[in-house]
Design a protein around this ligand. Structure first.
Ligand SMILES: *[C@@H]1O[C@H](CO)[C@@H](O)[C@H](O)[C@H]1NC(C)=O
Ligand SMILES: *[C@@H]1O[C@H](CO)[C@@H](O)[C@H](O)[C@H]1NC(C)=O
Ligand SMILES: *[C@@H]1O[C@H](CO)[C@@H](O)[C@H](O)[C@H]1NC(C)=O
Ligand SMILES: *[C@@H]1O[C@H](CO)[C@@H](O)[C@H](O)[C@H]1NC(C)=O
Length: 285
């Protein structure tokens, strides 16, 4: 019958006892094919390993070979409020601002004098702390400068443990993101922070006070050499205290970095070099 013949043909294709062929090939033919692929893949793996090895030789562990030319660093505020960038509380309701002062306490812990003295150097202020590598000798690990929380004076949480939240004069702390190799400021002029209200709120913002004075990031904290080279680096901070902000109203605020060589709010990233948030302090009269 035709079906039987077909079945026989199939069987014979899989294993042909006459020619001793398996799937149409003899054992030695299969052997050669396997050998070929084995050699081929070993060759590919070797080539890959060699390329990786050569690539890795050219990399420096302590410095990125390639970096996006990020000229304008981002900024963040503390206390950070669940991504909404709103700080809203009621002076009389301790539980409404408790979380903010606690967040600041936690954030400032690494800036404790004892911690900073242990980890970092007292640097010469108002000039860059350059620690370049000389040709072959890598200058690692690099030292970092102390930033102690008492530099933030009234906003340090030391003299006023509630950072002014309890009397409607809250502190906000601003941190600029790290950018490896950035030398902000020029001609000895340190970068500084200024805050202002969005246009419709200009009458409501009241007087501000900055810590350290003038809201500057001292030049000695720059350049930053990267996490691996400069393990103990502490980012400098600027605190802003709102001395007479209008209560029971939303006040939209924007803080920005001023440095004659940092273009803020470039085309590429409108939020670079600036941070906006809403502050609303409620009170029961
Ligand atoms: C930081 O210092 C304050 C007092 O100055 C102390 O109460 C607190 O425990 C310290 N925190 C750390 C983490 O050292
Ligand atoms: C980093 O800090 C530790 C103490 O926490 C200190 O022993 C070490 O020397 C510091 N390293 C540098 C490079 O400053
Ligand atoms: C703050 O800025 C003013 C005016 O630019 C300057 O006279 C003063 O010395 C600065 N203060 C500090 C501590 O940098
Ligand atoms: C606080 O701001 C109000 C207006 O919002 C103003 O009338 C008052 O004089 C200011 N107080 C101080 C001490 O600047």
């Amino acid at each position: 019958m035709a079906k039987d013949a077909e079945k026989g043909e199939w069987k014979e294709y899989i294993w042909n006892p006459r020619t001793r062929e398996f799937l149409g090939r003899t054992a030695s033919s299969w052997g050669l094919i396997l050998l070929f692929y084995l050699v081929f893949y070993i060759f590919l793996a070797g080539l890959f390993a060699l390329t990786m090895y050569v690539m890795l030789q050219t990399l420096d562990d302590h410095k990125p070979t390639w970096q996006d030319r990020l000229t304008t660093p981002g900024m963040v505020i503390q206390p950070e409020s669940d991504e909404t960038f709103e700080i809203i509380y009621n002076i009389q309701k301790t539980e409404s601002w408790d979380m903010y002062t606690q967040a600041l306490d936690k954030f400032l812990e690494p800036y404790n004098s004892t911690v900073q003295e242990q980890k970092n150097d007292e640097c010469k202020p108002d000039e860059y702390f350059l620690q370049e590598d000389s040709a072959d000798v890598k200058n690692n690990p690099k030292r970092s400068c102390q930033f102690k929380r008492d530099f933030l004076q009234d906003c340090s949480g030391l003299s006023d443990r509630y950072y002014g939240y309890q009397d409607g004069k809250p502190c906000i702390i601003i941190k600029m993101n790290r950018v490896i190799g950035m030398l902000p400021g020029k001609d000895g002029q340190a970068p500084f922070i200024t805050c202002g209200a969005k246009r419709e709120d200009t009458d409501k913002i009241g007087e501000l006070m900055y810590f350290p004075p003038n809201g500057t990031f001292n030049l000695m904290y720059y350049p930053y050499y990267g996490k691996k080279a400069q393990v103990n680096y502490s980012q400098p901070l600027v605190a802003v205290k709102f001395l007479n902000i209008t209560v029971n109203e939303d006040v939209n605020i924007e803080c920005k970095i001023n440095a004659n060589n940092i273009p803020s709010g470039s085309e590429r990233d409108k939020f670079a070099g600036r941070v906006s948030f809403k502050l609303r302090i409620n009170t029961i009269n």
